[in-house]
Design a protein. Structure first.
Length: 105
């Protein structure tokens, strides 16, 4: 599978994350059958920020931190988008991360 194909598969999963929930790079990689590719999931998301149909802001690291926030245009845009969906953030970390976590099936 090419990297481009993998990126499109990442986008398909990310589009299914419900509003008000988050998932991790690792869970997306596992869903795609490539558990060791969480970093590549991050690269895919960095490449899609101009496409508003892909809610990349809903993907955080395995501890609930907004590690991808620097790839969004605007100051604190990732945090603002998550807070608009009712997710509380403190010090760049999702509050009640376990309750907000969505695991792709």
């Amino acid at each position: 599978m090419s990297q481009k194909d993998f990126f499109f598969r990442v986008y398909d999963v990310v589009k299914t994350i419900p509003a008000g929930r988050v998932t991790t790079y690792g869970f997306i990689a596992k869903k795609l059958g490539s558990a060791s590719s969480s970093r590549t999931v991050g690269w895919a998301l960095n490449a899609c920020h101009n496409d508003s149909s892909i809610p990349a802001h809903r993907v955080v690291n395995r501890n609930g931190y907004l590690t991808g926030k620097h790839h969004f245009k605007g100051f604190d845009l990732m945090r603002q988008l998550l807070e608009n969906e009712g997710i509380k953030i403190d010090d760049d970390k999702v509050i009640d991360f376990e309750d907000k976590l969505w695991i792709p099936q």
